[in-house]
Design a protein. Sequence first.
Length: 90
Amino acid sequence: MKAATTDRSQVWQEIHQLQKDVLRLQREMRLLRKQMLCRPMTVDQRRLMEIHLRDQLNAELEGARRKGYAKGYVTGVLDRLSRGSGESAK
């Protein structure tokens, strides 16, 4: 009879250990899921930030380019006016 109870206690210990292992693995899986969910968001946020900064830089460059064109146009018109209307007709 004692051998049977020893075997039962060993079985229960094994079951208890397996339950602990299952809980540990479930916790690890939850953590891994959280990490995997966080990574794409971070990557997406970084991409969005890069796109935003690139668009902002392009807008600033376009604004500077247009100011340069406007300044060049005004300078050209003023040069022609300062030369006189006779030269601009040539």
